[in-house]
Structure formats: C-alpha cells, structure tokens
Design a protein around this ligand. Structure first.
Ligand code: GLY
Length: 352
C-alpha cells in the first residue's frame, strides 16, 4: 500500500508516494476505456509497454524540455485526442519532467472543456513542484507559462526510483525547490539537508524520500489554502522573482532550479541588508545551496536588463515589485517598495 499526501484544492486528490509507479498506474486505469500517455521519446523507450488490461493506451510523443510546451504541441495533442475519439470519461497521463506534466495537464484542462489527467513526474523538480498543485500551461514566444489553467490532476504518482537516471546537475536543480520549501514552511528540511552533498543524498534513498515527502506536504498545504494564488501561494515563489529574471536573461540555458538558487541567494543578501533576517539565516542559504553545488552567483547579468525582467514578475502590482521574504525559516512575508539602490546592492553581491 502506497503512502499518500492528500491535496484539497478545487478537487481533492492524492499524491501517491509509490514503490512502483507501474502498478499504481495500472490500478488507476483498470476501469478506463482510453488513456493517452503524453511523454517524450527517451521516456517512451524507458516506459516500454504498459500492461493495458481493458484500457487502450495511446502514446503521444512530444519534444523534450520547454520545446514540448508550445502551442503547436498543444494543438497536436488536441488533434491526437480527437482523432483517437477521446471522450470526457477518458484519461491523459503525463509521464516526464515538469514540462511534460504541465502540457499534459493543460491539454486535459482544455480538451472537451476538461478531462481527467494523472501526473507521473520523473524529475525531482516535477515531483516536488510542477506536478503537484494543479497549475498547467504552455509557453508563448514572449515567455514561459503565459497561457495556462488551474486544473488539478486525478492523482499524482511519485516514484523516486525515476531519479536514478537524472544527472547530478538535474538532481541538484530539483533540490533547489526542496530547499525553498524548507525556508518558507518546513525548517526541518533545512536541518535534514545541513552538510549534505549530492553524493550523500544520492546514496540515501530514505532521506531523499523524506525530503520529497516533506516538500510535497508543504505544497499540498499551501495550494490547499490558496489554490488560485491570491496571496499564500505566492510564497512558493520565494527566490523566484530574481530567479525568473535570471532564467530569461540566460535564455533558459540554466536549469530553473539553478536560477531559483541564485534567486534565493539574492534574497538572502537583500533580506540581511534590510534587517529582515539574521546573519545566521543569511549564511544558512549559502551553506545549504553550496553543499549541493547549486549556483549562488550570476556573473553574466546586466542590472538594467534583469530589473526590467523582474518587473514582468506576476507578483508585480502596478509598477511595484513585490518579493516573498522570510523573517526566519518557516515564516514568510512580503517586501514592497524597496529602493533601487538596495536591489542594486544585493545584485552586486550575486554578480561576482
Ligand atoms: N510553482 C509554484 C506554484 O505552483 O505555485
């Protein structure tokens, strides 16, 4: 029997912490007629043939990474579903990283005005963030996730054995979101990660499982209280205001989690200078992120360009930048109206 974490959003669903994602998926699809597996070519090769039972599986293979999150791919998915005669009682399953589960969920949100979907995240970032919480979407030429919908899955199946195939870089990048969960809501995560290197973590499945579970619980609690991001859900964006700006500035050559890591470093400098956090909490950001080999500086930036990119953040109200802050690990607040000179000073410390 899998462990599970229940998310109560516009629908209530379980994130199954499965020992074997295949058997969990088999149980969840056995009474379905049609199921579309949205995945990438490399994943399809790893998945092999799924036991169908009574359910007819159709594979929809999409490009890897952010390329798979385009309106053109979305259109292709809609047409595949229609051509295969999918009805409202049929199911979409996204198996892959965050880009795959985002677009699979958005196809499910929009086809026939909404059908059920299941997320099977295969990356750390997908398991602890993208696949949980019901945000689905696609990218436009002007930016990531500019179209989308809140459409919770029927279930999320998290099997950490997928992580074995991740590179150290991707594994670490996903852990940036775990560290973020520690800072915004569950400081025990930070204690568990203190001094941990990627090698330590990769050798300790029990610890990884605990960290993943704790991070999913953070996400479940936050989206359960504020599904459509009126205030509380913004806290999941700790470090993301500067991080998203870096991500765009670097033309998506860095992993999202790496940019979040740089964004949290920026916040540590800014919050210390504003007297919001102690030196100890500031230092904790750097000790944890650096042990995981995550970047805490971005030297290719241009301040005016980064500031302009930060102004496109979705927390901006009018022309005022708003940052999610912490006062201590586990307690969040917001910071608005901060002087340009203070932002520039924090930028100076991450741009070395
Ligand atoms: N990734 C942030 C959120 O789901 O709100």
């Amino acid at each position: 029997m899998s462990e599970k974490i229940t998310v109560s959003a516009e629908r209530t669903y379980d994130v199954l912490l499965a020992a074997d994602w295949r058997s969990s998926l088999r149980e969840l699809t056995h009474n379905k007629v049609r199921c579309a597996i949205v995945t990438t070519q490399s994943m399809k090769e790893r998945i092999g043939n799924l036991e169908a039972g009574d359910c007819e599986f159709t594979y929809c293979v999409i490009p890897d990474g952010e390329e798979g999150k385009s309106p053109a791919v979305l259109m292709q998915l809609w047409n595949w579903l229609a051509a295969a005669g999918f009805t409202r009682s049929d199911l979409i399953v996204g198996i892959g990283g965050g880009a795959v589960t985002d677009i699979a969920g958005f196809a499910a949100a929009t086809y026939l005005r909404g059908i059920d979907w299941i997320a099977v995240p295969t990356s750390v970032a997908g398991a602890v963030d993208a696949a949980v919480g019901g945000k689905t979407g696609a990218n436009l030429d002007y930016g990531k996730n500019l179209i989308g919908s809140f459409h919770s899955p029927l279930n999320v199946i998290v099997d950490i054995s997928w992580f074995d195939s991740l590179s150290d870089r991707d594994f670490a990048a996903g852990l940036a979101e775990v560290v973020k969960c520690g800072f915004i809501k569950d400081p025990e995560i930070l204690s568990l990660m203190a001094g941990c290197t990627i090698a330590n973590l990769r050798a300790d499945q029990g610890l990884v499982s605990d960290l993943v579970k704790r991070s999913i619980q953070v996400k479940a609690d936050v989206v359960g209280a504020d599904f459509t991001e009126s205030y509380l859900r913004e806290t999941l964006n700790y470090g993301h205001t500067f991080g998203h700006a870096v991500e765009k500035h670097a033309k998506y050559s860095l992993r999202h989690g790496e940019c979040v890591s740089i964004g949290m470093a920026f916040m540590a400098h800014l919050q210390l200078a504003q007297g919001l956090i102690s030196q100890e909490v500031h230092d904790l950001h750097f000790s944890i992120l650096s042990s995981l080999d995550l970047p805490v500086t971005y030297s290719q930036g241009d301040w005016l360009e980064l500031k302009a990119l930060m102004s496109m953040d979705k927390k901006v109200r009018g022309n005022t930048l708003r940052f999610v802050t912490i006062t201590e690990p586990g307690k969040c607040d917001r910071l608005e109206g901060v002087a340009d000179s203070a932002l520039y000073e924090a930028y100076g410390k991450v741009s070395l």
